[in-house]
Design a protein around this ligand. Structure first.
Ligand code: ADP
Ligand code: MG
Length: 580
């Protein structure tokens, strides 16, 4: 029932200390209220005038005001604390997202990570605000009130003392059940939201294969599971509050009955009896509140656990060590020696013992059938993934696997990575093109637009360069997205290394050939790694690497390799269906 992860939050101890002080003041003011109220009633009961009772009444209202003040101060402190914590958590989560280079999203799902950063963080904030004062109050306030009750009346004190462990025992039991239910509910929620995002993303595929209806049924099922889990949680919460209230009421009733007996036989005075009677519901109040708020804040508790879990997992990922490498030049040298890589959870390596040696500004074509490891090699070279073994050497400096491979900024800032479908942000065409070079002028942007052949698109856009494209704006074709990727490279002259991963795979042959004529000049004076299965590119490459099953099967000059009738020749034969 106690959330241990709370105590690992930075700066929690001073806050807890202040909460104990607040709880002590609250206890004192509750006692003040009970005592002054009883004194006022007793005075008037014994025939005293209102004037005699007035000081007691004043004290009563004083205590009342004091409580309001304490609550106000406490709320302010908790607001600030929770706010700061959540800001920290959000920051760490985002930092972890970048440090793990997206692994966090692959492990947890897009929806779960998005939810954690936005909604989960707010739920955590709410949780901290609610649960911390309750946690302290449930210990401090009953303890002080119990001592006071013992002083006033021994029997009542004993009854209250006996009831406490009963309630605690019962709450622990119910807490266990509720926790399991709430965790189940959270798991169902994550599943539902990931499934939903997946469906949105795969909408075209689903429709193309006529799977829309079936998927709709699956969505219905996952949301139905979530609904059942939610109701389950609510059932436990409602039931436990009811039982808790019942036990507390029984406790108060027990005290009242005993007090009545003692009043009748004269063993207790009216003042003490009244004071104890007023105190006993207050004695149970913190634990009842804790009980109901505990259920209300369970989702916040799960959110905190999920966020802390993601952050901790991210911390285990080794961040790439920062290194200095000189800008790529015609004399630079990149070597891979026995480099291997296995995807997390995969049985067989996607790359094994890759050996490469690339010098200066070459165009290197990487070919191979689907699944041979082209994309994996490209992402290793771009620094997205770090090899499991082997060494990467740039100009004599070695970057080992355990240092994060090439994922350091000095290298990545030189690299432009262009995948099959480059991401188009939901911002203006201008800002999409200025992605790597945000300071570019409109003139520079227009020149890039013309060079990559985006002028036709631009002519159709109602607001020209200001038109919002991509998600939430005007949708683009695959060819147009590729052109934007190329325009980005054009604007940033400092990126001397271009890594393409099958950039033309989705394009029709006319668009591909037209883009090819625009791409080739861009490649001059740069190091180009060009993964493709379209063989017509190979004649334009300076060096060919043929991948087979994660291995480099052969490498060399295109024509020489063909003449050797080895792996490349076999690949060409296969692709041409043996027609050559
Ligand atoms: P290519 O780009 O040549 O088609 P990849 O580099 O994408 O090949 O894949 C190489 C191997 O790694 C394949 O066997 C593929 O199944 C596997 N693989 C690719 N991506 C992942 C991934 N995210 N998780 C696990 N295995 C993967
Ligand atoms: Mg690929």
């Amino acid at each position: 029932m106690m959330d241990k992860s709370l105590f690992s939050l930075p700066g929690i101890m001073p806050v807890m200390g202040m909460l104990v002080v607040f709880a002590l003041v609250l206890s004192a003011s509750i006692i003040g209220e009970a005592v002054s109220l009883s004194a006022a009633i007793t005075t008037m009961w014994q025939g005293g005038s209102l004037a005699h009772a007035l000081p007691h009444i004043a004290l009563f209202f004083g205590c009342f005001a004091l409580q309001a003040l304490v609550h106000h101060l406490q709320d302010g402190m908790l607001d600030r604390f929770a706010n700061k914590q959540v800001e920290c958590l959000r920051g760490e989560l985002l930092a972890g997202l970048f440090r793990t280079r997206g692994q966090m999203v692959r492990d947890n799902g897009t929806a779960a990570v998005t939810w954690s950063v936005l909604e989960g963080a707010s739920q955590t904030e709410n949780y901290l605000r609610i649960i911390l004062p309750k946690l302290v109050g449930v210990v401090v306030i009953p303890f002080v009130l119990l001592i006071c009750s013992f002083v006033l009346d021994l029997t009542s004190g004993i009854i209250l003392l006996v009831m406490y462990p009963v309630i605690i025992f019962y709450m622990v039991m119910l807490g266990k059940v509720a926790k399991a239910r709430a965790e189940n509910q959270y798991a169902k929620y994550t599943r539902m939201s990931n499934h939903f995002v997946d469906t949105l993303r795969g909408m075209d595929t689903l429709r193309a294969f006529g799977r829309g209806r079936q998927n709709g049924e699956q969505i219905y099922q996952t949301s139905e599971d979530f609904r059942v889990a939610t109701i389950d949680t609510l059932k436990v919460a409602t039931l436990s509050s009811a039982v808790l209230d019942l036990i507390a009421t029984l406790g108060v009733a027990g005290v009242a009955i005993m007090l009545a007996f003692h009043l009748v036989d004269g063993s207790i005075g009216l003042f003490a009896a009244l004071a104890v009677l007023v105190l006993s519901p207050e004695y149970f109040k913190p634990i009842r509140q804790f009980g109901s708020d505990y259920h209300a804040s369970l989702d916040g508790k799960n959110a905190l656990a999920a966020i802390v879990g993601m952050i901790d997992a991210a911390k285990e990922t080794v961040p790439a060590r920062e290194h200095a490498v000189a800008p790529w030049s015609p004399y630079s040298m990149l070597e891979l020696d026995e480099v291997s890589y296995t995807y997390p959870g995969a049985d067989t390596p996607a790359l094994k013992d890759v050996y490469l040696s690339i010098e200066g500004c070459q165009k290197v074509g990487v070919v191979g059938v689907s699944g041979s490891g082209k994309s994996t090699l490209a992402s290793l070279l771009a620094g997205f993934a770090s090899p499991d073994g082997g060494t990467i050497t740039i100009d004599g400096a070695t970057f080992d696997a355990d240092e994060g491979g090439l994922g350091f900024s000095d290298w990545q800032n030189q690299v432009a990575y262009i995948p099959q479908d480059p991401y188009v942000f939901g911002v203006s065409l201008r800002d999409n093109i200025r992605f790597y070079a945000p300071e570019s002028t409109d003139e520079q942007v227009m020149r890039a637009v013309e060079l990559v052949g985006l002028d036709e698109l631009l002519a159709q856009l109602p607001e020209g360069l200001d038109t919002v494209i991509g998600e939430g704006g005007r949708a683009l074709s695959g060819g147009q997205a590729q052109r934007i990727a190329l325009a980005r490279v054009l604007l940033d002259d400092s990126r001397r290394i271009l890594i393409f991963d099958e950039p033309t795979a989705h394009l029709d042959i006319e668009t591909e050939l037209e883009l090819k004529s625009r791409m080739l000049p861009l490649m001059e004076g740069r190091l180009v790694i060009f993964a493709t299965h379209r063989l017509h590119w190979l004649a334009d490459m300076d060096w060919i690497i043929v991948m087979e099953d994660g291995d480099v099967a052969e490498q060399g000059d295109y024509r020489e390799l063909l003449a050797e009738r080895g792996a490349l020749w076999r690949l060409v034969e296969n692709m041409n269906g043996g027609a050559r």
